[in-house]
Design a protein around this ligand. Sequence first.
Ligand SMILES: [Mg+2]
Length: 124
Amino acid sequence: MNDTSDPIVDLTNRLLKFRDERDWKQFHNPKDQILSLCLEAAEVLELVQWKNGDQLQAHLDANKEQLADELADVFGWLLLIAADQGIDLAAAARKKLVKNEAKYPIDLARGRADKYTEYRGKSE
Ligand SMILES: [Mg+2]
């Protein structure tokens, strides 16, 4: 990947270098990479398991470094999967945001937490 002034490209390059130096690409088939992404997301989830109300944010505040580590693990897998699949993740995220802006127009979605199918029809 080129543009190393782009933080996503720079991080991806560093992750690929880290993996190459350890000869771990041989273990990174798409299924196991996606499984690893989900396991790291579960580690984020574990941080909030059984925490509710005021205790929830207080727990996250007290464990911010662990939360950051787990979010970074998720982000790392996203970047590796995207790189191996030839996906420009930043471009994909921008494209998806445009889709979501159309799917959730401000005048219909503002202040609502329900899925777009609840106010746009069930066929979409
Ligand atoms: Mg982890």
